[in-house]
Design a protein around this ligand. Structure first.
Ligand code: 13P
Length: 260
């Protein structure tokens, strides 16, 4: 049975200079100092990892990268590796975000290489999956998500999956203010957990945290987290403001659920 602690993760995307990120992190640290039942992670831009790491050190706020490259080091101008993220203080890394897929050529195959590199480097990967509006309208949601999941997790073993998190982010709900209904999200989360169960077994499937992402706000997190297979959120816009992100984390304390 899964007894999954909620995880609320903030993806700061290409927002916040290092000084701005430091300010946001300090405010979050003080707003969330007494939060105990929810895990929190923030993923600033690479240039702000150092300052944010210093601020959140010793607090319950975890640090994540927004992407990585699969090689450990080498002549790859502009890239950042797992050991670099780890040394910067990251415990997590976001992989395969739809914006990386849309603008930077990320595929299921490259996401898979990054998943393996993250795990080899001792980072906990957050694999993002999700269909576009056109794919949903064409009734392709499940096949698309299945392909992204199978592609991204290809070749991973149970031990790897124990470190991983999946984020379901329907592309049509990202930054649009159009949140999936909790039923729409739950249906896909349940589908994802079912596929994980088939491939990796029931224990892993029950323990895996599946986050929802797409226009999450303090006003809708409670109804999302109350669903059986929704274990937290990957938050974009609302994570850029300390008060709104802290309110999301506070509202993510869910009613006691029996996952047996
Ligand atoms: P929004 O919360 O701004 O919709 O972004 C979601 C997202 O892409 C998080 O990774």
């Amino acid at each position: 049975m899964g007894n999954r602690r909620p995880l609320i993760a903030g993806n700061w995307k290409m927002f916040k200079t290092a000084p701005e990120a430091a300010d946001l992190a300090s405010r979050l640290k003080s707003l969330l100092h007494d939060l105990t039942d929810v895990d929190v992670m923030v993923a600033p831009a690479f240039t702000a990892l150092g300052v944010v790491a210093d601020i959140v050190k010793g607090s319950a706020i975890h640090l994540g990268g927004q992407d990585l490259f699969w090689e450990r080091e080498g002549a790859y101008t502009g890239q950042v590796s797992a050991p670099m993220l780890k040394a910067a203080g990251c415990s997590h890394v976001i992989i395969g975000h739809s914006e990386r897929r849309q603008y930077f050529g990320e595929t299921n195959a490259t996401a898979n290489r990054k998943m393996k590199a993250a795990l080899a480097g001792g980072l906990m990967p957050v694999l993002c999956v999700g269909e576009s509006e056109g794919e949903r309208e064409a009734g392709q949601t499940f096949p698309v998500v299945k392909g992204q999941l199978e592609g991204g997790l290809n070749g991973l073993d149970a031990e790897g999956l124990e470190q991983a998190t999946v984020a379901y982010e329907p592309v049509w709900a990202i930054g649009t203010g159009k949140t999936a209904t909790r039923e729409q999200a739950q249906e896909v989360h349940q589908f994802i957990r079912g596929r994980i169960k088939e491939s990796f077994g029931e224990g892993i499937a029950n323990a895996l945290r599946i986050l929802y992402g797409g226009s999450v706000k303090s006003a809708n997190i409670a109804e999302l987290i109350a669903m059986d297979d929704i274990d937290g959120a990957l938050v974009g816009g609302a994570s850029l403001d300390a008060e709104s992100f802290a309110a999301i984390a506070r509202n993510a304390v869910r009613p006691v659920k029996d996952h047996s």
